[in-house]
Design a binder for this molecule. Structure first.
Ligand code: FRU
Length: 499
C-alpha cells in the first residue's frame, strides 16, 4: 500500500490535478466492486453525507471527499443531484479548502434551502503552524445555477469553553429563528451538543448553551454529526457518539450512530426523549447519517448515511485507490412510537428484470441457475415465517454472506465471517437481532460491494460492505412456504468522471 506524506495527504484540488484524477477514475471504474445504484466516491475516499436538501426542484447531496486516494486527507465536498432520490448525477466539486479558516479541510455540515439560496453550513478544519486545530463554523451559499460563494467571515468562532472538537453544524429554522446544532467535546472529554441562534442564516450566531437530553447525559467522548428533524408531531435527534462500549448485541461498530425520538423544547434547551437512544442501523458499516432539509415528504424524514465508520479500512478497494459509498436514501416515519426506515418510494423503480419467483415455497420461474448476481433486489415475505436462510455469494464449502432466522429463538443473524475478503473483523463478523414480533419480511438491496437489509418493513436495518471474489458466486435459499422474488436492478448511478 502507498505510504502518504503529509503534503500528499493535505493537498487541495487544483485545476492542474484534473488529468491525474481522470486517470485514477479510469482505473477504479474497472473495479468489480463499483456500484449500480449506490452513490459512490468519484475518486479517492468518500465519508459523511453533507448538505442533503431539496432545493430548486431537485435533491442535492454532497459528500466528504478526499480526491487523491483511499485515505482520510484534505476534505472537500463533492456534489451529486437527483430528481427522485434514486437516480443520481455527478455534478462535480462542491467546496474546496481555500481559506485560512479551512486550511486542513472543509469538514461536514448541512444545508438550509431558503428562497433562491441554498445555505451551506460546514466546519472549517484549520490548523496553525504547531498543528493545533482551530474549528470554525463557516457558511457558503449556492444559487439556483449551482454557483457556490463562500462567506469569508466564520459564523461561529472556536469556543474557548470546549476542546478543539467542535464541528458538523446542522443548520435549521424554527419559528423564524436560525439555529445551528453542533457536536462538541467539553473539557472533561465528554460529548455534548451545542445550540447557537441567529436572526438571519448568515447572521451572528450566539451560543445559547448545551442541548440537554432529559435523563441522559453520557454520549461518549464526542458527538459527531448531530441532526434534528421534525417527523410528524415528534422530533428526531440523531448523532454519532464516539466511545460507546458494546452491550450484548448492541453498539458493535467501532463508533455507532444513534437516535432519540421525542419533543424539542428549544426555549429551555431541552430534548425530552420518549425513551433511551437506539441504534439507527444494526449492521457493520453505518455512520454519520444525515436527514435532508426538505418539504417533499410530509410527516417523514429522508436519511442517508456513510456506509462505513471512522478508522475502518477496506483493503480490497483501498488497494485499487478508492473507498466508500453512501446508503440508499431512506424514508423515516414514526409509527406507534417506533421509528420505521424504508427505502424511498422511487426505489421500486430499481426493480428491473424478475430473475426468480417462488410463491408459498414453489418455484414459478428461475433464470439464476444457482448463481448469485453481483447486484440484486431480493424480497422475502411470509406473514408467519418459519426458520429460513439465504446465503448470498456462497461457494463450495463457504456460506458467503449468510442471513438466517431461527423461529424458536426469534433471532435474525447476519454472518459475513466466511467470506474470502474479511474487513474490520475486530468489530465482529456476525450481527444478531432479536425480533420481538418474529420475522415477517426482508427486503435486501445487493449492489456489488454493499448489502442493505430492511427487516419487517423497516423495523430494523442492517448495512454491510462485502467484497465477493469471482469464485463466490452461488446463491442458496432455504425455508418453507416463503414468497421469494429476486430482481436485477437497473443502473441508477452513472460511474462518470465529473469534477
Ligand atoms: C465524521 C467526521 C466528522 C468530520 C468529518 C471529516 O466521520 O469525523 O466529524 O466533520 O468526518 O471528514
Amino acid at each position: 500500500m502507498k505510504q502518504w506524506t503529509s503534503e500528499e495527504r493535505y493537498r487541495p484540488f487544483k485545476e492542474a490535478d484534473r488529468e491525474e484524477l481522470k486517470a485514477l477514475h479510469e482505473e477504479i471504474s474497472k473495479s468489480k466492486w463499483r456500484t449500480d445504484y449506490h452513490i459512490q466516491t468519484v475518486t479517492g475516499l468518500l465519508n459523511d453525507p453533507n448538505g442533503f436538501s431539496y432545493f430548486n426542484g431537485k435533491w442535492h447531496l454532497f459528500y466528504q471527499w478526499f480526491p487523491f486516494g483511499a485515505i482520510h486527507g484534505m476534505k472537500h465536498w463533492y456534489h451529486v443531484t437527483s430528481e427522485d432520490l434514486v437516480h443520481w448525477k455527478n455534478e462535480g466539486l462542491g467546496l474546496k479548502p481555500e481559506l485560512l479558516t479551512e486550511n486542513y479541510g472543509c469538514y461536514s455540515g448541512s444545508a438550509l434551502p431558503e428562497d433562491d439560496t441554498l445555505w451551506l453550513a460546514y466546519t472549517g478544519n484549520s490548523k496553525d503552524f504547531d498543528l493545533v486545530r482551530h474549528p470554525y463554523q463557516l457558511m457558503a451559499k449556492m444559487d439556483k445555477d449551482g454557483k457556490i460563494t463562500k462567506l469569508e467571515k466564520p459564523v461561529i468562532n472556536p469556543r474557548p469553553e470546549y476542546t478543539e472538537h467542535q464541528r458538523d453544524p446542522k443548520l435549521f429554522k424554527l419559528n423564524g429563528k436560525y439555529y445551528i446544532l453542533e457536536g462538541a467535546q467539553n473539557p472533561e472529554k465528554k460529548g455534548v451538543l451545542l445550540i447557537f441562534e441567529a436572526d438571519a442564516p448568515e447572521g451572528e450566531y450566539k451560543l445559547l448553551g448545551e442541548l440537554k437530553v432529559r435523563d441522559f447525559d453520557d454520549f461518549g467522548y464526542m458527538c459527531e454529526c448531530p441532526d434534528i428533524e421534525p417527523v410528524g408531531d415528534k422530533w428526531l435527534l440523531l448523532f454519532s457518539p464516539q466511545g460507546l462500549e458494546p452491550e450484548g448485541d448492541l453498539y458493535q461498530q467501532k463508533f455507532n450512530n444513534v437516535y432519540f425520538t421525542g419533543t424539542l423544547d428549544i426555549e429551555n434547551l431541552e430534548f425530552i426523549p420518549d425513551g433511551p437512544f437506539k441504534e439507527l442501523d444494526r449492521g457493520f458499516d453505518f455512520y454519520a447519517a444525515q436527514c435532508a432539509n426538505q418539504n417533499q415528504f410530509e410527516n417523514a424524514a429522508v436519511l442517508t448515511a456513510w456506509a462505513s465508520c471512522p478508522d475502518y479500512t477496506y483493503p480490497p478497494t483501498d488497494e485499487e485507490g478508492w473507498a466508500n459509498l453512501l446508503t440508499l436514501p431512506r424514508i423515516l416515519t414514526i409509527e406507534d412510537g417506533k421509528l420505521m426506515q424504508r427505502p424511498v418510494p422511487a426505489a421500486k423503480e430499481l426493480r428491473g428484470e424478475l430473475l426468480f419467483e417462488a410463491r408459498k415455497g414453489t418455484i414459478i420461474s428461475n433464470t439464476l441457475r444457482g448463481l448469485m448476481p453481483s447486484s440484486a433486489i431480493i424480497e422475502l415475505t411470509n406473514p408467519d415465517l418459519a426458520s429460513c436462510e439465504l446465503c448470498l455469494f456462497a461457494d463450495n464449502g463457504r456460506r458467503g454472506f449468510e442471513i438466517s432466522y431461527d423461529r424458536n429463538t426469534k433471532v435474525l443473524t447476519v454472518d459475513r465471517s466466511t467470506m474470502i475478503n474479511k474487513v474490520n473483523e475486530e468489530y465482529g463478523s456476525v450481527r444478531r437481532i432479536a425480533l420481538e414480533n418474529g420475522l415477517s419480511s426482508l427486503e435486501i438491496y445487493v449492489d456489488h460491494s454493499v448489502v442493505e437489509i430492511f427487516i419487517n418493513g423497516g423495523e430494523y436495518t442492517v448495512s454491510s460492505r462485502i467484497f465477493p471474489e469471482a469464485s463466490e458466486r452461488v446463491i442458496r435459499m432455504g425455508g418453507s412456504n416463503i414468497d421469494l422474488l429476486i430482481w436485477k436492478p437497473v443502473k441508477a448511478v452513472e460511474d462518470d468522471f465529473v469534477i
